[in-house]
Design a binder for this molecule. Structure first.
Ligand code: PLP
Length: 395
């Protein structure tokens, strides 16, 4: 007999276990593509032994669950992909909707990087409305989940290289709280203007975005009674990318009839690439390789950092390689994309494009389809582009 199917929200379960505790169950659900019926106590309460499975389904954004006795039920039939429901004519009732009903962000085949039997698909994360970057996803999710988890404060502190700060400043405007942002001195000056325009308070700090700076922000927040939302440790960062970014990329690739051989992306907090690795490695096995991109030693590329500077989630997942890129290599690659495809990627997107080119040169990528994740576009980085052109005697 097939099990009964009910709305997941009609069930009750104990508190959500820590993300790390949920990972084996999340992996199992993605690997099997099917869900065993949840056992219930008195009608709607999930039995303790199935609490992790219930929360794994919640974290993945699955809508319905099988209950009672019977065979496992297909994950898609339970609404795995129903989170992704774009407004077809792009009409939105609020700017928040503009974010999540604007998803999926586009996936576009690039002429500039394709060739030699390889097709390269770029996921354009600058089609997010607030920071025009991948960081809108975490700014939104960390804030709405903080509210769901009971936060009622009025002040948020965060260390940022701009994009998370912009996303948080937008959330602050929409929900009515204040935000104080700590930016490393190495970041372009335009950021102060953009963040101030959005109503945030900006503090500049010496050096780069290091563990020490994050600790300082934590201490300042404690003293001020503010909430340090901390994208570097906040598991909603990984979770939003698992539930939306990775899942929508999967759906887009299926729609295009594409089975990628590898996905390449930059590492800052490691949130988006760790979630993409976890999702694709479990759902499609080792057939999809994952490459992370970091700045070469001594180089600064806004938004990405070296793995050894301390990252959380990337160490929980499988990665097939890390590629080092210099800033000039990143700029050369973004210009190559701009001048063939007519779109202007940002510096970390350029780093991802450069990493793809290096992997091709090394002979690591044979014929087939590849995905590059482009976190933002070039409009915030005119200062770095100007410096590059001046050094080359172009401007
Ligand atoms: N690229 C840019 C421009 C970013 O702003 C960020 C994050 O700050 C990243 C890449 C890295 O993304 P993640 O933090 O998910 O690793």
């Amino acid at each position: 007999m097939p099990p009964r199917i009910v709305e997941l929200d009609s069930l009750e379960a104990g508190p959500r276990p820590d993300l790390k505790e949920l990972l084996p169950v999340l992996a199992d659900v993605l690997r099997r593509g099917a869900v065993d019926p949840l056992r219930l106590e008195d009608g709607r309460r999930v039995a303790e032994e199935d609490r992790r499975l219930y929360w794994a389904l919640k974290v993945l954004g699955v809508r319905r669950a099988p209950v009672g006795d019977g065979e496992p039920v297909d994950l898609e039939a339970l609404g795995l992909y129903e989170d992704i429901s774009p407004s077809p004519l792009h009409v939105y009732g609020s700017t928040l909707e503009l974010l999540y009903r604007g998803w999926p962000t586009p996936l576009v085949k690039l002429r500039s990087l394709s060739g030699g039997g390889r097709r390269v698909w770029a996921k354009l994360e600058w089609y997010n409305p607030f920071s025009m970057s991948v960081k809108d996803r975490i700014g939104w999710y960390m804030v709405v989940k903080a509210f769901e988890d009971g936060w009622r404060g009025t002040l948020v502190y965060e260390a940022t290289s701009t994009n998370t700060g912009m996303a948080l400043a937008s959330m602050a405007a929409i929900f009515g709280f204040r935000v104080r942002l700590y930016l490393p001195k190495t970041i372009q000056r335009a950021s102060d203007i953009l963040l101030t325009a959005l109503g945030a308070e900006v503090v500049r700090k010496e050096g780069q975005l290091t563990v020490e700076l994050i600790d300082e922000v934590r201490e300042d927040a404690e003293r001020a009674g503010a909430y340090h939302i901390n994208q570097f440790e906040n598991d909603y960062n990984f979770m939003v990318h698992l539930r939306y970014t990775a899942k929508e990329l999967d759906l887009q690739l299926r729609y295009a009839g594409v089975r990628p051989k590898a996905i390449i992306g930059g590492l800052g907090t490691s949130g988006h690439m760790a979630a993409i690795s976890f999702y694709f490695k479990n759902r499609y096995g080792g057939s999809v390789r994952i490459y992370g991109v970091e700045p070469a030693p001594g180089e600064t590329i806004p938004g990405i950092r070296r793995v050894e500077t301390g990252m959380k989630w990337i160490h929980w997942v499988e990665v097939d390689g890390i590629v080092d890129v210099t800033r000039d290599e990143a700029i050369e690659a973004l210009l190559a994309v701009a001048r063939r495809d007519g779109i202007l990627p940002g510096l970390s997107s350029g780093a991802v494009a450069a990493a793809y080119m290096k992997l091709v040169e090394r002979g690591e990528l044979d014929e087939g389809d590849y995905v590059v994740v482009f976190p933002d576009n070039g409009f915030k980085y005119v200062e770095q582009l100007q410096d590059f052109f001046r050094r080359r005697g172009v401007l």
